[in-house]
Design a protein around this ligand. Structure first.
Ligand code: HEC
Ligand code: HEC
Ligand code: HEC
Length: 425
């Protein structure tokens, strides 16, 4: 009897020891030797430092690593998470309190693997699950940029995390489960801009860190990419088929929003998106275009992406709205005819000036959808939002205001025939 118990205990101890050793093997990371002094400015190419500045802006390094009113990159900013508050660290080249003793190898490992120079695991609020895809060349430029900032003495602020979240070795398991390289794969069939945009959006720019929902362990749900997430108590809207934008985003509008923060159809960023847009002002035009190009395809290409009519559902439900009001609310935003408007000035439209109204009615009923994966002209479908009579009235209004030909006849009948599928040939 006693022998049995003794053997069982021995087996248990053995299991625990083996488990502990296995865990230590998974969790342990070596220290990378300190460098004697931070590299001097002369050690870097000026072009690399400049490129590093633009890349740091795309990666929003300053947003997290700068406390309100504090020195740039000196850390101390609190970042609220569902697990507790984490403080960003000092990434100026101060040897004692910053990363002045970090070699480029140590920096690269932190950026892509979330491991500090001394070997401790870093929390994934630092979006290394995206930075893992940053190339060596770009990591070098970032290192050159950071190592040539003014060193600031600013000791790290301790995190406010309860146990077990405060126990860093557990992060090794999180990484086994969730840290995966190559979110983005180069697609030769796509344009150069699309591929550049994909590399930036999925990697350094970590757009999904806010715009993708997270699971209970704080990891992004990859099967829900861009389905809408949250950041600091704000809703970060879906950037896929579920986009709630009343006017579907086009690449040009995304560009205007990201470049200037003032796309007329979608308003301006106000919450955590504001510093992102602010930083993009320091990024080359080509890169912002590339980001918009790629994003336009994630918004449009997802299965079931259907452009949604601008609040016309409301308009349509309100009796007494006449055609001029419907046009102002539902069409004018795109068809204003003003310079830079996203859609054609209807005064120039063949459909509006054609001898019969079929083409114009069809466009309004069904909208215009680019083929999946292709950025292109997009117009929402109004079939669900407007009655036959409203569409007929709208057609006469459009013809009267923008056409150069006499009015069409029998409009309600024609709309009904097209809608019910009688009008086929
Ligand atoms: C969303 C916020 C956020 C962004 C954006 C961010 N970081 Fe961080 N970073 C953090 C936090 C928080 C930590 C500390 C994590 C910890 O203590 O485990 C950190 C840690 C680091 C570290 C390790 C420093 C140390 O002393 O251990 C480096 C290096 C670093 N970040 C560099 C960067 C660079 C370069 C960028 C931009 C490309 C960047 N970070 C963008 C939040 C961020
Ligand atoms: C720190 C979190 C965060 C990051 C990182 C972030 N966003 Fe946002 N984004 C938001 C939030 C929150 C909003 C809601 C509006 C606001 O903040 O004013 C938003 C709004 C937007 C909108 C407007 C959506 C709409 O339909 O109105 C677009 C487009 C957008 N972000 C694109 C991007 C792109 C592209 C990136 C990467 C380059 C990015 N975001 C990175 C948080 C973020
Ligand atoms: C989200 C923007 C958007 C909205 C809103 C919109 N359209 Fe369009 N519309 C377009 C685009 C894009 C095209 C394709 C032509 C182009 O590239 O300008 C188009 C094409 C058309 C055409 C065909 C023009 C031609 O000859 O090729 C008509 C007619 C038209 N729209 C009428 C309307 C009416 C009426 C409304 C309101 C009920 C409306 N549109 C709302 C974007 C929009």
């Amino acid at each position: 009897m006693w022998r049995l118990i003794r053997n069982a205990l021995a087996a248990l101890v053995l299991l625990v020891v083996i488990g502990a050793i296995a865990f230590a093997v998974i969790a342990w990371r070596p220290e990378i030797a300190a460098i004697a002094a931070p590299p001097q400015r002369a050690a870097f190419d000026r072009k690399d430092i400049e490129q590093g500045a633009a890349l740091a802006a795309i990666g929003n390094c300053d947003v997290c690593h700068t406390a309100a009113g504090g020195a740039f990159y000196a850390g101390g900013r609190s970042i609220p998470t569902p697990f507790g508050t984490i403080y960003a660290t000092n990434i100026t080249p101060d040897p004692e309190t910053g990363i002045g003793e970090w070699s480029e190898t140590a920096f690269r490992r932190a950026l892509r693997q979330g491991v500090a120079r001394d070997g401790h695991h870093l929390y994934p609020v630092f979006p290394y699950d995206h930075f893992i895809d940053v190339t060596d060349v770009d990591a070098h430029a970032l290192y050159a940029f950071l190592m040539t900032r003014a060193p600031v003495t600013a000791p790290p602020v301790p995190n406010d995390l309860p146990f077990p979240f405060s126990w860093r070795p557990a992060l090794a398991l999180w990484k086994v489960l969730y840290l995966r390289p190559a979110r983005f794969k180069h697609e030769p069939a796509q344009s150069q801009a699309w591929n550049r945009g994909g590399y930036l959006v999925e990697g350094l720019a970590h757009c999904g860190a806010c715009h993708t929902p997270r699971n209970a362990e704080g990891a992004e749900q990859r099967d829900q990419k861009f389905a809408g997430g949250s950041s600091e108590g704000w809703y970060a809207p879906a950037l896929n088929a579920a986009s709630p934008a009343p006017v579907p985003w086009t690449a040009d509008q995304l560009y205007a929003y990201l470049r200037r923060g003032d796309d007329p159809q979608h308003g301006a960023p106000a919450g955590p998106m504001a510093p992102v847009v602010h930083n993009l002002a320091r990024v080359s035009d080509a890169d912002v275009r590339a980001i918009a190009t790629y994003l336009a395809s994630t918004i449009a290409a997802a299965p079931g992406a259907a452009p949604k009519p601008p609040s016309v559902a409301l308009l349509a439900a309100t009796p007494g709205k006449d055609a001029a009001e419907v046009f102002a609310g539902a069409c004018a935003s795109c068809h204003s005819g003003a310079p830079g408007a996203v859609a054609i000035d209807l005064a120039h439209s063949t459909a509006v000036n054609a001898p019969d109204p079929r083409n114009a009615i069809r466009v309004v009923l069904a909208g215009i959808m680019p083929s999946p994966g292709e950025p292109g002209a997009m117009m929402p479908a109004f079939a669900g939002a407007l009655t036959d009579q409203q569409i007929a009235d709208l057609m006469s209004y459009v013809r009267g205001r923008f056409g150069h030909e006499p009015q069409w006849g029998d409009l309600v009948d024609k709309v009904r025939a097209i809608r019910t599928g009688q009008e086929k040939s």
